[in-house]
Design a protein around this ligand. Structure first.
Ligand code: BG6
Length: 472
């Protein structure tokens, strides 16, 4: 891998602390960082380099999947970490940053390759990209890449505007739109899983599949993030990005580059019909893991009488020769009964009838988290001559697979763009959602309250029952 400098905006933030530094550390332990490498953390807080390294060390101890200790390897990693104060809109700070980065490059023999990673509010993206360019940080020899975290816009127009501003500073091929679900090993696995197994490829189509269900449920509530979440809701926070990426990864036929066509083939839902195809919900008070939890409206920072969705489900169909006619049911919600991300393909009714004991519909389940497994349900004939259900299942041992951000940071540094969202996908996702967001705004879709700790509103069950299905 090319030697490079990793410039991290938002280095004192939550994501950096919980995910990015632990991921970089694990890459270091596995010898997967470039041999010439430096990390420059940027933030507004006045930390000295030593203080900042102390914070990073704490983050490793708490959040690295390998834990952390006082090993030589850890000390070596911490020596790669630097800190600089930066106000995102202050041009002089970027001049100082340039000096700093050039100094580190000289010291470590790094030929000007730089990855700028924006783990800050998107409100800052445009000005950061502009000042990176104006200060000369994006010039000179070596590659320069920009990685941005979601949310990317809040509708089609704002996403386009944001993208235009990034493109003024970086060519399209050097921008990485991070969707951390694409870094999850079982999500990455979907591609090979389908294309390397002709036995699956042969049946994953509208001839054999009755419906596809994609679920990402969380037990967490909005936590401390109401300032952001109350303006986003589940539809923008999870559905526009992670859930639609899962849809594309499930439905693509050949390779990752086919993904965007999947989403472009999603049949539009008109605003006036939205209530028939989508369900929005908001959690009320309830009980989770034996303790009482407040409803969304009582969470700190949520606007009085907020109509923000914390649950969103949709029925989608693709206008596509392989999948046409197969309903895709997708749901995501906070404060649900369990943390689970999974994709379940339910096959059509069995052709054979048994004399007794109805055979079940076969299904294929890919569990993405917390358990990482694949499972296939089959029917056998039992001792009494009736249908007997059996399940073939393989679970990947816990801790064996890397964390999403390890793969993503490695790919961003090495230049592999396969598992990042692509701009046309982002555009297609906002385009498909536009009439639905409009219907939400005009209050044409009822907001169902569900008790925290349940599986979401009853209306989400009816969405499937209408077609003779149930959530699996
Ligand atoms: C983030 C959302 O993108 O994904 C959060 O902003 C959500 O609201 C999180 O909790 C879920 O990620 P994971 O990896 O825990 O499923």
């Amino acid at each position: 891998m090319d030697s490079s400098v990793f410039v991290l905006f938002g280095a004192t933030g939550d994501l950096a602390h919980r995910k990015l530094f632990p991921a970089l550390y694990n890459l270091h332990l596995e010898g997967k960082l470039p041999c010439g490498f430096a990390i420059v953390g940027l933030g507004r807080k006045p930390f000295s380099e030593e203080q900042f390294r102390g914070r990073v060390k704490e983050a490793l101890a708490r959040f690295s999947r390998r834990g952390a200790d006082d090993s030589a390897a850890q000390a070596e990693f911490l020596r790669l970490v630097h800190y600089q104060i930066l106000e995102a809109d202050r041009a002089e700070d970027y001049k100082r940053l340039l000096d700093r980065v050039e100094g580190l490059e000289r010291q470590a023999g790094i030929p000007g390759n730089r990855l700028f990673y924006l783990s800050v509010s998107p409100d800052w993206f445009a000005s950061i990209a502009r000042l990176l360019k104006e200060s000369g940080l994006t010039g000179g020899p070596g590659w320069k890449r920009l990685a941005v975290e979601k949310p990317f816009g809040r509708d089609l127009a704002s996403a386009r505007e944001l993208n235009r501003s990034l493109l003024e500073a970086f060519p399209a091929e050097d921008i990485r739109y991070v969707d951390h679900y694409l870094g999850k090993p079982m999500v990455q696995n979907l591609q090979a899983f389908i294309s390397a197994n002709p036995v699956l490829k042969a049946v994953l189509n509208n001839r054999y599949v009755a419906n596809v269900q994609i679920t990402a449920s969380e037990t967490l509530g909005v936590g401390e993030r109401a300032g952001y979440y109350d303006r986003a809701g589940a539809v923008r926070d999870m559905f526009q990005n992670h859930m639609l990426q899962l849809l594309m990864m499930t439905a693509m036929h050949s390779d990752v580059y086919d993904k965007q066509r999947i989403l472009e083939s999603a049949i539009p839902i008109q605003a006036q019909d939205a209530a028939n195809f989508v369900v929005r919900g908001q959690y009320g008070p309830g009980e989770l893991e034996g303790r009482k939890v407040p409803g969304y409206l009582d969470e700190p920072g949520v606007a009085a009488g907020s109509r923000t969705d914390t649950f969103f489900a949709a029925r989608l169909e693709l206008d596509d020769p392989v999948w046409g006619g197969v309903p895709f049911f997708i749901r995501t919600g906070k404060r649900m009964s369990e943390k689970s991300t999974r994709i379940i393909v339910e096959f059509r009714d069995p052709l054979e009838k048994y004399s007794h004991g109805e055979p079940k519909r076969n299904y294929l389940a890919v569990r993405i988290q917390p358990e990482e497994s694949v499972e296939l349900q089959l029917n056998l004939t039992g001792a009494d001559g009736g249908a007997a259900e059996t399940r073939l299942r393989y679970s990947i041992p816990e801790g064996e697979l890397p964390e999403a951000y390890e793969r993503l940071l490695h790919d961003a540094l090495s230049g592999d763009a396969s598992f990042f969202a692509k701009w046309p996908e982002i555009e297609a996702s906002w385009r498909w959602l536009a009439p639905i967001l409009e219907a939400f705004e005009d209050d044409r879709v009822p907001l169902h309250v569900y008790a925290a700790g349940t599986d979401g509103p009853e209306a989400a069950n009816r969405l499937l029952e209408r077609y003779g299905f149930k959530w699996l």
